[in-house]
Design a protein around this ligand. Structure first.
Ligand code: ADP
Ligand code: MG
Length: 382
């Protein structure tokens, strides 16, 4: 494909914060963006040239998007594969429907890992109660997860034995699930990479992630642990991208258990743990997404500093007092006084518990100092 150059218009399926950062990157690079998202308050839609407020299977809107855009990408994995296939008849779509559909179903994802000899935890597909009754005893204690549409720990239940698994399966209303062995986690890491149409891959430095209530809380870069472990994570992620024939930005989450890496899941889009690339890498994960989409060579993915990224959830807006919970704006002045702290708001309409509203990244040449400053800043607003 010949390169798509500015001021071409690019299409984005999905309009959350990841889409919004893509729009910003594309704008800086001279492109225009149309966003398709049913949410009238879509954070990306608000800053795009056009916001097509329609469902992902609204074919009239898809026709309009295909006619108006030189190439189309996505910011979330749950876009119907049929939508991507349909658009691909008229316009370049990256990543492909085939790659996205592997990542949007946990059973397809784990089966893909198994088929390609990539390390992963033990699992069993659960279509019916008998699959739980017949499951290998080694899967308990386990985690039962709905196969599709889960995110931020939603659609998951820790199940200590078969009875608990049966109860959880019924609570998920018989939806197809996957039963995973619950691993003892030392910690979690992720690799964000970009792969271009010629198969060239650039990995960003491996991040170490901690979660709170199933939602990413803090990412630190570089991840602790050995350089060897960070490098093998990057190699596995690269192998995944290659086997998927992936073009675009890809996030791969890993568990580290007893010093060993296990792939947890893949995200066919930029990743929350890659927000730090905006402030500390020569090229951000969003610029790479634009570059891969447009057939431009990928940028240099090296980081020039250590980074600590802290997610800011809507909970922060709810102050607990003796008389109950009060909605109030957090004291942003506490963050503004930190000179190497970069705060990014997502432009969400209003705060809700558990909703990702903003994040900040502390950028420092010294890793320990970055961690200290970030934790102090978090405590100051928290
Ligand atoms: P989500 O799509 O919600 O991110 P994940 O599969 O990544 O779903 O699960 C969210 C978090 O739950 C993980 O980051 C990890 O902390 C924990 N978790 C998930 N699966 C397992 C497992 N098999 N063993 C141990 N912890 C797990
Ligand atoms: Mg996850």
């Amino acid at each position: 494909m010949s390169a798509i150059l500015p001021p071409a218009t690019l299409g984005m399926l999905g309009g959350g914060q990841l889409g919004r950062f893509f729009v910003s990157a594309a704008h800086e690079m001279g492109y225009q963006v149309w966003v398709l998202d049913p949410d009238p308050h879509s954070p990306a839609g608000r800053i795009a040239e056009r916001h097509l407020q329609a469902a992902y299977d609204d074919y009239a809107a898809l026709d309009e998007l295909a006619q108006g855009c030189a190439a189309i990408t996505t910011e979330f994995e749950n876009v119907p594969a049929d939508t991507l296939d349909y658009l691909a008849k008229f316009v370049t779509v990256r990543p492909s429907a085939a790659a996205v559909s592997v990542c949007q179903n946990r059973i397809a994802e784990k089966t893909f890992l198994r088929d390609h000899g990539l390390p992963h935890g033990a699992f069993a597909p659960v279509h019916a109660e008998d699959d739980i009754r017949n499951a290998n005893a080694g899967l308990f204690p386990g985690i039962l997860k709905v196969a599709r549409f889960g995110y931020d720990g939603k659609g998951q239940a820790v199940v200590n034995d078969r009875d608990e698994a049966l109860a959880a399966f019924r609570a998920f209303k018989g939806e197809t699930c996957i039963l995973e062995q619950k691993l003892n986690l030392d910690y979690e890491v992720s690799v964000v990479l970009a792969r271009d149409e010629n198969g060239v891959v650039k990995c960003f430095p491996t991040a170490e992630n901690s979660h709170r209530k199933g939602i990413l809380d803090v990412s630190i870069v570089p991840a602790r642990g050995s350089a060897c472990l960070r490098d093998s994570a990057a190699e596995y992620a690269e192998r995944i991208a290659e086997k998927l024939g992936y073009i675009g930005t890809l996030g791969v989450e890993f568990f580290v258990s007893r010093g060993q890496l296990y792939v947890n899941e893949m995200a066919p889009r930029p990743h929350n743990s890659g927000h730090y690339t905006v402030d500390t890498c020569i090229t951000s994960q969003y610029e790479q997404q634009v570059r891969a989409l447009c057939g431009l060579p990928l940028g240099d993915a090296r980081a020039h500093s250590a980074a600590v990224m802290v997610n800011i959830l809507g909970d922060l807006w709810f102050e607990k007092t003796d008389s109950g919970e009060h909605y109030r704006e957090p004291d942003w002045a506490k963050l503004a006084v930190v000179p190497n702290l970069k705060l990014h708001f997502y432009g969400k309409h209003h705060a809700r518990h558990g909703r990702k509203m903003a994040h900040f990244t502390v950028v420092d040449s010294d890793f320990d100092r970055a961690v200290k400053i970030a934790m102090e800043a978090r405590a100051a607003i928290g």
